[in-house]
Design a protein around this ligand. Structure first.
Ligand code: ADP
Length: 684
């Protein structure tokens, strides 16, 4: 049985799977196992137990040892059993023989008791039924001795004795009534032959020996085993100096002699051969495992160092594997992603239909070879633009089992493209503005003359009418109004010309704090008139920028004017409590950028975005041109800065712009720009 168990074990361990199972420590539960064997994480090093190849041999040898020990114990028991049987048989035979001799002695005593000594003759003695029965049984002779030991009678005489009754004889004696005694001679041989049962004869060579080991009688043949057990029992009395001996005919064969040695040798040789085979196989497996671990570790290291996200999907699009970069890109953990079927959590909620279309197209194998772009949504809610390249995933048998996708983050490129697009739009707007500016400028120029003519004709007319009597006062008043309107129109034309008058930017090192102060100084009088209070908070140090101070000042003035307008509008709204408007102006250094912030307590942006507010000609004011913010944004972006607008937490709107800070050393040398500032077109 143990050989079949061993062969089964051998059969199992010779298969690679069996070897892996037998010699490998099971993977810890925390280690992730990808459904694709090739992508199994190498983190947990499944170590081969190198000594295990010897285990079957050791077990088989132990089993052999156990069987040998069991056989030894069993032999011991058999030996003891045989010994007990031998003793029992010897005792039983001895008892049998003794009983026979006792019987003969009794018979002899009976004859002696009943003997009629006066009438006994040899013939009568021989004819006596008891005597002849005794002689028939086993007596060799019966002798009558007188009190002095002289033979009186003897039956039969020596010649009558049968051959088997010859040999060593012994006698029994019984005293007679009238004196003298009877002696019955008997031979041991017939006693032994007759009384030894056949089954004892078959098992043992039974004989009677004297003290010199001379055979006196043998029950059957004397064949005995050379190493057989022998047991002797003294048969004295009744027969002096005689031993009954039983010797085993068949010697006990110990188990190790009974087993066929070649078979044992063959099994052992098979064992050793199988173990050698196993050891070789284990070495192969160990080498293969080491190679696999190295390869897996390299692959994992390569995957980890990739800046490209990798995802492996099965034929249904279920995620089988993702690399750390993919996890980093999407923000979803590996456990959240693995096994996930579409719709994927990172699909953009606004583009679900497109994502499904792309998915079906890709699984059908029609993904563009050059890759395609997609917009995803990270777990943190950020938009992520990716370029995806799909390739078929082929297994070792050459069968396509899914798709391998390489994912590259192109968000920055997309943002740059978007910025570029906006810039272009703004450039187009600017171009449009310039055209409008040109037209407006030439219009203003053209209108200047007729307006001046209207004004001078009006002045002449008024002068002429002044010397005439009876001119209706209503006419004078109308002329006066006409003159005023002409002046007003002239002023508007002037303003337009000044505002749209093109001026090449002149960049220089200047201080944004000083520019802000200059803008405030220009507007202070106006603001006071409109009862607008100012709350100014400046950065502790100068804010050095490399900019055109005149243009920047125009931007600040525009923001201040808008804020003031919004404030005044809020105050003049019916139902608003009488209050003084307040503007908060703040200059600061934020994230390496020089920033100016203008906040008001007006109605706020009303949900409008910066793009809407800065659209050319957008205005909510009755007399607004809707160009101020558009031009301000152009100026700021032309300075590589950024204009921002948002509703203030305290209420009202908050407009701000930031410009890149110039080199501090440069800034330190910068003159306080306020002295260099000029009055602006926005300021009348
Ligand atoms: P205009 O002042 O001629 O209307 P702008 O381009 O300066 O042109 O402003 C465009 C519009 O932006 C304004 O009409 C107004 O609706 C909105 N706006 C600008 N500044 C503010 C502000 N501080 N609060 C609320 N709305 C503002």
């Amino acid at each position: 049985m143990w050989t079949s168990t061993f062969l089964q074990t051998l059969d199992r361990v010779l298969s690679l799977q069996g070897l892996t199972d037998l010699f490998s420590v099971p993977m810890p539960s925390h280690v992730s196992r990808s459904p694709i064997a090739g992508f199994q994480a190498p983190a947990a090093r499944a170590r081969v137990r190198p000594w295990l190849w010897a285990l079957p041999l050791v077990l088989a040898l132990l089993l052999l040892g156990g069987v040998a020990a069991w056989l030894q114990v069993s032999d011991q028991r058999d030996l003891e059993e045989r010994q007990r049987t031998l003793l029992g048989d010897a005792l039983s035979l001895e008892q049998q023989l003794r009983k026979e001799i006792d019987f003969e002695r009794e018979r002899l005593s009976e004859i002696a008791r009943q003997a009629d000594t006066g009438r006994w003759t040899p013939a009568r003695l021989a004819a006596d039924a008891d005597v002849s029965a005794g002689l028939r049984r086993r007596w060799v002779s019966l002798t009558w001795l007188d009190a002095r030991g002289q033979v009186l009678l003897q039956v039969p005489d020596g010649a009558a004795s049968t051959p088997e009754r010859r040999g060593m004889t012994y006698h029994l004696s019984a005293p007679m009534n009238g004196g003298g005694s009877l002696l019955a001679r008997y031979a041991l041989q017939p006693l032994l032959t007759q009384q030894t049962p056949w089954w004892i004869n078959r098992r043992y060579a039974v004989r009677m020996v004297d003290e010199f080991d001379e055979t006196l009688a043998i029950a059957a043949d004397a064949t005995r085993a050379r190493d057989g057990r022998v047991h002797r029992i003294s048969f004295d009395p009744p027969v002096p100096g005689v031993w009954l001996e039983l010797a085993e005919r068949e010697a006990f064969v110990p188990w190790y002699r009974a087993l066929p040695l070649p078979l044992l040798g063959a099994v052992l040789a098979l064992l050793v051969w199988a173990t050698a085979l196993l050891a070789r196989q284990v070495r192969h497996v160990e080498r293969a495992q080491t190679a696999w671990r190295d390869e897996a570790a390299w692959r994992r290291a390569m995957e980890d160092s990739l800046s490209v996200g990798l995802r492996v999907r099965d034929a249904e699009g279920r995620l089988l594997h993702v690399n750390p970069r993919f996890v980093e890109l999407t923000g979803y953990s590996e456990t959240e992603l693995l096994g996930k079927a579409p719709p994927m959590p990172y699909w953009h909620p606004e583009e679900m239909d497109e994502a499904w279309t792309r998915h079906h197209r890709n699984l059908a194998g029609h993904a563009p070879r050059a890759g395609y772009e997609a917009r995803w949504r990270t777990q943190a809610g950020r938009d992520l633009w990716v370029m995806i390249l799909e390739a078929p995933l082929i297994d070792a048998a050459g069968v396509q089992i899914g798709w391998m996708g390489s994912v590259v983050d192109i968000t920055e490129r997309k943002q740059a493209e978007e910025l570029e697009r906006r810039r272009n739009e703004r450039l187009a707007d600017q171009a449009r503005l310039m055209t409008v500016g040109e037209i407006a400028s030439s219009l203003a120029h053209e209108l200047n003359q007729p307006l001046a003519a209207i004004a001078s004709y009006n002045a002449g007319l008024q002068n002429a009418l002044a010397s005439l009597p009876g001119v209706p006062p209503r006419l004078r008043e109308a002329l006066q109004r006409q003159a005023e309107q002409a002046q007003h129109a002239g002023r508007i034309v002037q303003r337009i010309r000044a505002f749209l008058g093109r001026r090449a930017p002149q960049h220089e090192a200047c201080d944004l704090v000083a520019i802000t102060d200059s803008a405030l100084a220009l507007l202070r009088h106006d603001l006071r008139r409109h009862r607008v209070r100012l709350d100014v908070s400046h950065a502790a140090t100068a804010l050095p920028v490399h900019a055109d101070p005149v243009l920047i000042e125009q931007v600040i003035i525009n923001l201040l004017r808008n804020a003031a307008d919004a404030q005044t509008e809020a105050i003049s709204t019916p139902g608003a409590a009488a209050q003084t408007a307040c503007l908060w102006v703040r200059t600061e250094l934020a994230d390496g950028q020089a920033r100016v912030q203008v906040r008001d307590a007006g109605p706020g942006l009303g949900g409008r975005t910066l793009d809407e507010l800065t659209a050319p000609f957008f205005s909510t004011k009755a007399s607004g041109m809707g160009l101020g913010l558009a031009i301000s944004r152009s100026i700021i972006e032309a300075h590589r800065g950024r204009l921002q607008a948002q509703d203030a937490a305290e209420g009202g709107a908050c407009f701000s712009f930031s410009l890149p800070c110039a080199d501090t050393a440069q800034a330190a040398d910068a003159p306080h720009a306020s002295t260099a500032l000029q009055s602006t077109a926005l300021h009348e």
